[in-house]
Write a protein that binds this ligand. Structure first.
Ligand code: UD1
Length: 423
């Protein structure tokens, strides 16, 4: 199993290219299921979840191909494919549930494994099911699978008004894709506003979908009978960018993040500025600099445009360096503090009470062996390792590889002393 060996204490300096967003690429790959014509994506990040999604689509009978330097990937989903997502693949990646909406919309049936538990919380898919049922789908759960079909005599889903009990990102994406090919109008109330949603909507519009309101909490979709192929650039990964912002800031460095977008990182940048970090928009990216003297910041995770849960662990690593106490509240997932115990092994002083973590910043951190527990937790341990004295060994970095495009190479490019070691 691969580990990352980090010798902390160096300031990160230089330039880094931010990849396409994992959380946009995954639904956009599934959108290729909506047409038999070729769909070309550019700027697809090279990471494990993308490889899993490609395998999932290929397993159904979708032809996939990679091309070019710029993360090019093409898909052709023929009329004759098998609309199934097996447990073996779904269990490794929850986002596989994104196949459900498009399969049902185009083929009128789908068999998709239930994702099961997840380290950061129970993460049910009840809202996905309820929303598609509102559009007429008949969905039963048997033997761990969702079996979805259309009522007898129907050829398409029917537009509906869907109000979810909570804001759900992949739920909104499933409804968008299903509604694009449904009969009539669908209105999504309480829709997620994360930048990956308008990026998917823009792609669907290029395919011929009729969508308005994307990027707001009310999206209106007029279903069409057919969608076409398209070419689309995956939006830059705001979470990868935010992770590098925190890493550079924590080490007291200075860097240019190509393709990073300030407009997608408002809540994170506001907190960084309050912490004493300089973040500026420049042509084609973001410039960040810090003298390493930071003030810890309290924050609460909420849906976009609030502070992203996917940045909670990385900003907590920054708070370890910052002077003063801070309180971090996680409102999205019930068990997303697993990095805390590992950070303690580095000398961090953190106490937790349910969804609230209290951090005593400015304490000396010293390198240790730590274990990655989930994707973003892994990134936070890397940041903590970059500032800790001596050597930190981060184990189980397959979590990191799920969602970061060659992170250690990019960090080395910024001057970090970090290497991958295989056992
Ligand atoms: C997406 C992101 C993930 C991010 C999360 C929250 C992708 C591929 N993943 O995950 O990186 O951390 O948004 O920003 O885009 N819920 C239910 N029932 C449902 C659906 C959701 O109870 O049917 C709950 C979840 O357990 C969670 C909350 O709603 O507590 C938000 O989850 P959701 O937005 O759906 O997360 P994902 O789309 O899975």
């Amino acid at each position: 199993m691969d580990k990352l060996k980090i010798r902390g204490g160096r300031s990160l300096k230089g330039e880094v290219l931010i990849s396409g967003a994992k959380n946009a690429a995954l639904p956009e790959m599934c959108a290729a299921l909506l047409t038999a014509e070729p769909v070309h994506l550019h700027n697809v990040p090279r990471l494990h979840d993308v490889a899993t999604m490609r395998k999932l689509l290929a397993n159904m009978g979708v032809q996939t191909e990679t091309h070019g330097e710029r993360g090019g990937m093409s898909f052709v989903a023929p009329d004759s494919l098998t609309p199934e997502a097996p447990y073996e693949l779904v269990k490794t990646m929850r986002a596989s549930v994104l196949a459900l909406g498009p399969l049902l919309a185009r083929f009128g049936r789908a068999k998709v494994s239930l994702p099961g538990g997840c380290a950061i919380g129970s993460r049910p898919v009840d809202q996905h099911i309820k929303g598609l049922q509102a559009m007429g789908a008949v969905i039963t759960v048997e033997n761990g699978y969702m079996h979805a079909s259309l009522p007898a005599g129907w050829t398409r889903l029917k537009g509906a008004r869907i109000t979810t009990d909570m804001v759900t990102v992949t739920g909104t994406e499933n409804f968008l894709m299903a509604a694009a090919l449904a009969d009539g109008e669908t209105v999504l109330e309480n829709a997620a506003m994360e930048p990956e949603i308008p990026d998917l909507a823009e792609m669907l519009i290029k395919m011929g979908a009729k969508i308005t309101g994307h990027g707001t909490s009310r999206i209106v979709i007029q279903g069409v009978e057919r969608l076409h192929g398209c070419t689309h650039d995956v939006v830059a990964d705001r979470i990868e960018a935010g992770t590098f912002l925190c890493a550079v800031a924590a080490t007291g460095g200075e860097a240019l993040l190509h393709h990073a977008r300030a407009d997608h990182l408002g809540a994170v940048i506001d907190k960084l500025k309050d912490a004493g970090v300089t973040v500026e928009s420049v042509a084609g990216g973001l410039k960040v600099s810090s003298n390493g003297k930071l003030k810890a910041q309290s924050f609460r995770t909420t849906e976009y445009p609030g502070f992203p849960t996917d940045m909670q662990a990385q900003f907590m690593a920054l708070n370890l360096v910052g002077e003063g106490g801070s309180v971090v509240t996680e409102t999205i997932f019930e068990n997303r503090f697993m990095h805390v115990n590992e950070m303690r092994r580095l000398g961090a002083q953190i106490s937790t009470d349910g969804r609230v973590a209290s951090i005593e910043g400015g304490k000396r951190l010293t390198g240790a062996a730590v274990m990655a527990t989930d994707l973003r937790a892994s990134a936070s341990l890397v940041i903590a390792g970059l500032v800790a004295e001596g050597e930190t060994l981060v184990d189980r970095i397959y979590h990191l590889d799920r969602g970061y495009d060659r992170m250690e190479e990019k960090l080395r490019g910024l001057g970090a002393d970090i290497e991958r070691v295989s056992e």
